[in-house]
Design a protein. Structure first.
Length: 259
């Protein structure tokens, strides 16, 4: 499988299950309506686990522009591959958001609150203070990317072909190994890391910690025919993009200094 297709599919899985659990909790007349924050954080942890488990061997399962930028900053990923990876992640996030809308279409129609409909797609702060919100997103992403460095450090760098269950030589693209080989064995710890970030740091902003996770579905919200959907909150949309990128670069610099 192409690593770019792997990123599209992996990010679509992430958003389908992640935004799907939010839809189940906040939209009207669902089985999980009002089941709370713990359900949402567990749902996102499982979403990350599933995406990484399925696509880790094909693309490294970055599924997050912040992870891609962090790896490139640390010299673990080719900068020439960053833009194509981010493009694939944005497309995958958009596709995942559309699938959530299709699955919950009747419940979007049954929900009057436009803010709840937006919350299914993207994040918003509980207290709107752009400086504080940016800091929160950066701190959460520092923890995410720093954790990814160590969770993946015991595994081979690069993508691997699979033949009869055995890993072969790394796949090379233009002479460069691509991706951090998180692979299936590290999928569970990565999912638990995201669960922990959500439980501990998700309260102020909803822990986007992923530009594609927020911007791709926000664009989907803007173009989908959702009744009475209200504002897209573009004024806030830069925070869950810039904050995670800042956090990823800081995490990479810390990791490089330590190592």
């Amino acid at each position: 499988m192409s690593p770019f297709l792997g990123e599209i599919i992996g990010t679509a899985i992430l958003i389908l299950l992640g935004n799907g659990v939010v839809a189940n909790v906040v939209l009207n007349k669902t089985k999980g309506n009002n089941s709370g924050w713990i359900v949402i954080t567990w749902g996102w942890g499982i979403a990350v686990f599933t995406a990484v488990f399925c696509m880790g061997h094909f693309s490294g399962a970055h599924i997050n522009p912040a992870v891609t930028v962090g790896l490139a900053t640390a010299g673990m990923f080719d900068w020439n591959m960053v833009a194509p990876y981010i493009g694939a992640q944005m497309l995958g996030a958009f596709i995942g958001a559309v699938l959530v809308w299709l699955a919950y279409k009747d419940h979007f129609a049954a929900t009057e609150d436009g803010g709840a409909k937006l919350a299914v797609h993207c994040t918003a702060p509980e207290i709107r203070n752009y400086g504080s919100n940016l800091t929160t997103e950066a701190i959460g992403t520092i923890m995410l990317v720093f954790g990814v460095f160590y969770l993946g450090s015991g595994f081979p760098m690069g993508l691997f072909e699979i033949n009869n269950g055995e890993m072969l030589t790394p796949i090379m693209i233009d002479g460069v190994e691509v991706g951090l080989g998180l692979g299936p064995l590290t999928a569970l710890p990565v999912g638990l890391l995201v669960l922990g970030i959500g439980l501990s740091l998700g309260g102020p902003t909803g822990y986007a910690i992923n530009p594609a996770r927020d911007l791709g579905p926000r664009i989907a919200h803007a173009v989908l025919p959702i009744p009475n959907k209200g504002s897209n909150d573009w004024g806030y949309s830069w925070v869950p993009v810039v904050g995670p990128i800042i956090g990823a670069v800081i995490a990479a610099l810390i990791y490089m200094a330590i190592m």
